[in-house]
Design a protein around this ligand. Structure first.
Ligand code: LRH
Ligand code: MN
Length: 384
């Protein structure tokens, strides 16, 4: 049992987002931090630290244009030298003035063409970096009833998605991300999993859904969505983070570790650990140090996954079949209440890593080095 669990944990890869290493904040304030990267090369160097100390964060998601460079193949080569790879390419059609009334759903065909051109540029960047995943999130929506035609916007969205789908090469896919609201406050054109799923189903196997754990209405049972999408072969990935209120983008597992466990249990139960599901972090470390924040987040996903793998599936199935409500619940809670930190520390030592990645990073002196080196230039951020 433990050997299989360790093998599954060794195979668990968690992708970190380049933007988590830059400055981020809210509309009220973006607090700058010492040692923050000034360019995508330095972001990759920081991401490589997370992989060096956890052993399970071998890829980095890029966001365009935040990670725009002259030579993407050169950036990918730099990543390889650092021991990491380029993961999902994230499009950005939410920051240009032209997109005030929408990007691919905008009433103005010229704006729609501009947005589509950016999405197709991101497909080219996939090819240049060897990435096999494009992540599409649209801030598109309306703020007032009547502002635009809800159905016409879906037609425009479908048109753009099929144009991108047609451009995807062999072995490539796109992940469509949904979000309940913000920045739009009346309608959002891809507001929930059902809308994303319906568009992906109509397009074909290269289109899947990404579940950002911060993008649901309060009280939504996210693990149900995960179980359903996995069953349909339409769960492409996760944008992991946690929240107390809205899209807070806090460290995954920080606000609700039990929810993360329930989600990872449905992943394990649904065969999602070996189904090409992308486990990505999508977070902002507004006030806490960024590299340790990412290391802690990777460890939180590892711990939730280890607990999910510990669920006694036979005992659970027997209790469920027998209608033993409390017995079944107890099986899951036993796993959740198991301290898996010794198992993970042992696993790290077996793979030549320090048992405690946070302590190892703190002792490495890397932060002091980058804080001293990275003086001057413009610190990376969302550029909003
Ligand atoms: C939108 C989102 C999306 C990214 C952005 C950084 O809220 O979750 O995944 O493009 O955050
Ligand atoms: Mn996201």
């Amino acid at each position: 049992m433990t050997t299989d669990i360790k093998a599954a944990l060794r195979a668990l890869h968690i992708e970190t987002p380049s933007w988590a290493y830059g400055n981020s904040g809210t509309r009220f304030k973006v607090f700058a931090q010492r040692g923050v990267p000034r360019d995508p090369y330095e972001k990759l160097a920081d991401a490589a630290q997370v992989h060096a100390h956890t052993g399970v964060a071998p890829t980095v998601a890029l966001h365009i244009p935040w990670d725009k460079v002259a030579d993407y193949a050169h950036l990918a080569a730099h990543a390889r030298e650092l021991g990491v790879g380029i993961g999902a390419i994230n499009s950005n059609v939410f920051q240009d003035d032209a997109y005030m009334l929408g990007s691919v759903t905008n009433p103005d065909p010229a704006v729609r063409r501009k947005a589509l051109a950016h999405l197709l540029e991101c497909v080219d960047i996939m090819d240049a970096t060897g990435s096999d995943t494009l992540k599409l999130w649209f801030s598109d929506g309306t703020n007032y009833p009547g502002q635009d035609d809800i159905r016409a916007r879906q037609d425009r969205l479908a048109e753009a998605l099929s144009a991108v789908y047609a451009r995807l090469g062999e072995g490539r896919r796109f992940l469509l991300e949904y979000k309940l609201f913000e920045p739009a406050f009346y309608t959002t054109d891809v507001p929930d999993w059902g809308t994303a799923y319906a568009h992906c189903l109509r397009l074909g196997p290269k289109a899947q859904v990404v579940v950002d754990t911060g993008h649901h209405a309060p009280g939504v049972n996210i693990e149900f969505i995960v179980a359903f999408l996995l069953r349909e072969g339409k769960l492409g990935g996760f944008d992991f983070n946690s929240r107390f209120y809205a899209d807070d983008d806090l460290m995954v597992g920080a606000a609700d570790p039990f929810q993360l466990f329930r989600i990872m249990y449905e992943v394990v139960r649904g065969g999602g650990l070996t189904a090409g599901v992308a486990f990505m972090l999508d977070q902002c470390h507004n006030i806490e140090p960024k590299i340790p924040g990412q290391i802690r987040s990777v460890m939180n996903v590892q711990e939730a996954t280890a607990k999910a793998l510990l669920v006694d599936r036979d005992a659970l199935a027997a209790a469920q079949a027998g209608g033993d409500v409390l017995g079944a619940n107890a099986v899951l809670m036993d796993a959740y209440n198991t301290d898996v930190r010794p198992l993970l520390a042992e696993l790290r030592e077996e793979t030549g890593l320090a048992p405690d990645p946070m302590a190892a990073y703190a002792k490495s002196g890397y932060f002091e080095k980058i804080a001293a080196e990275r003086v001057g230039g413009t610190q990376a951020g969302w550029g909003a």
